[in-house]
Design a protein around this ligand. Structure first.
Ligand SMILES: Cc1ncc(COP(=O)(O)O)c(C=O)c1O
Length: 427
């Protein structure tokens, strides 16, 4: 059934609203309690990495190509772990520092570096009257929260179908107070969009007024394809080299959504000069990171073939969840004016866009019925979606049955909210 409220006459629309209200009431009485807010792997997915726990034992050789993983030293990562993280990011391992378990931690460290010490000899950002960051939106709430935490002004930039709006970005970087930009270039959180080659090349060609402007290139979903034919992202450092070789990007990745969230390994990649600059701060913060965990990961995922095989097993668990989202949204919302959603081929999220003024109402109604969604506005800087229309669906954690039930609730609530908005518009 196509839900075309626009073509209904008013009495038909009123009757539809009354019937949807009755449906919502019936759902409320069921005592449902489901959560579609959390972008974390399901237990079935995490269990796939359990063999990693057996890779090392008390008898294991803890030497990695001449490096003793069992002691201090070699602060920027053991050779095999650098190789693994370089393979994930698709860059040269000489550009990589492996540090800790969380890429968000490293992003925070890079901001601390810029704030306290300054990037490559420029004035520390903390001493400047105004520092701004570009925030393609909808985007990742924790990125925006991080810059907000430092008192940095977050400037929303529209997301288009092939990446952020580069016309807007090229204009905004002419302001020397604009010091950086958050991006998730592959299977973006939350839209699932992978930046086109043209967008990557335009980012690589950026000529910001601030010499200490850096793109925080968070490649969190670099190898997270749902299908054998995944999206292809142009490698950023190669694109920069082609464009003249300016130091422009800090790239980040982790194994959080490859092995164990919060207990994986994480890395930053940058030009050798940028890495040497970052290391002046990183060296104050730590003697070295957990090299035993690096060794465990590198032995479990020794090459690209092992990594791909592991990610294919992860995709087996995730793919049916994304397919349920696609079919339920199509069945439940097709034909409603101004409703659209993504069809990502990887990553962890599906982004939904409703009519203006619908998002908060949908979230509130779902909550009343017993389904928790990511709060409306969460994917915009400051939690403020100016048109109140974007929602993030996180299908990875619930079981297939739970997800199916949660999506039925979501679609019924969204239909009711949209029908009410269509009725209000008629006065
Ligand atoms: C874009 C993005 N970056 C980073 C993270 C978290 O990474 P980590 O666990 O390495 O800090 C997430 C988790 O959802 C994410 O979506």
């Amino acid at each position: 059934m196509a839900w075309d409220f626009a073509s209904m006459d008013t009495s038909e629309l009123d009757a539809t609203i009354a019937s949807l209200e009755a449906e919502v009431e019936t759902l409320s009485a069921k005592g449902i309690s489901l959560d579609m807010a959390r972008g974390k792997p399901s237990p079935a997915q995490v269990d796939l990495s359990r063999p990693l726990l057996d890779v090392l034992n008390a008898d294991s050789d803890l030497n990695d190509e001449g490096v003793d993983a069992a002691n201090y030293g070699v602060p920027w990562g053991i050779p095999s772990a650098k190789r693994l993280m370089a393979a994930i990011m698709g860059c040269d391992e000489r550009k990589v520092v492996v540090a800790g378990a969380s890429s968000l931690n490293i992003q925070f460290d890079c901001l601390v570096h810029a704030w306290v010490r300054g990037v490559r000899g420029e004035a520390p950002w903390g001493t400047l009257p105004r520092v701004a960051f570009l925030c393609p939106s909808p985007g990742y709430d924790r990125h925006f929260a991080m810059t907000e935490h430092f008192g940095i002004e977050n400037i929303p930039v529209p997301m288009c179908e092939d990446g952020p709006d580069m016309d807007v970005i090229e204009k905004l970087v002419a302001d020397p107070a604009v010091k950086g930009m958050w991006v998730v270039p592959k299977y973006q959180n939350p839209t699932g969009i992978t930046f086109s080659d043209e967008v990557v090349r335009r980012i690589a060609r950026l000529a910001p007024a601030a010499p200490d402007f850096r793109v925080f290139w968070d490649n969190a979903y670099a190898v997270h394809d749902l299908y054998v034919e995944g999206d292809e992202l142009l490698e950023i450092f190669g694109a920069i080299e082609e464009a003249g070789g300016r130091d422009l990007v800090y790239e980040f990745a982790s194994t959080s959504k490859i092995t164990f969230p919060g207990a994986g390994i994480a890395a930053v990649a940058a030009s050798p000069e940028d890495l040497a600059d970052l290391e002046t701060t990183f060296a104050i913060e730590r003697v070295c990171s957990d090299k035993v965990n690096m060794l465990r990961h590198a032995r479990y995922l020794p090459d690209l073939a092992a990594l791909k095989a592991h990610m294919a097993r992860e995709a087996e668990v995730l793919r049916p969840r994304f397919e349920i989202v696609a079919s339920k949204l199509e069945e439940g919302l097709a034909g409603i004016d101004d409703c659209s959603w993504g069809a990502p081929r990887g990553g962890y999220f599906v982004s939904f866009r409703g009519p203006e003024g619908s998002a908060r109402a949908i979230v509130a109604l779902c909550r009343e019925v017993g389904v928790t969604l990511t709060p409306a506005g969460a994917t915009w800087p400051g939690g403020e979606d100016p048109k109140d229309r974007d929602l993030r669906i996180a299908p990875s954690y619930p079981t297939l049955d739970e997800l199916s039930e949660a999506l039925d609730v979501f679609c019924t609530c969204a239909r009711l909210v949209c029908a009410r908005l269509a009725r209000e518009a008629r006065g």
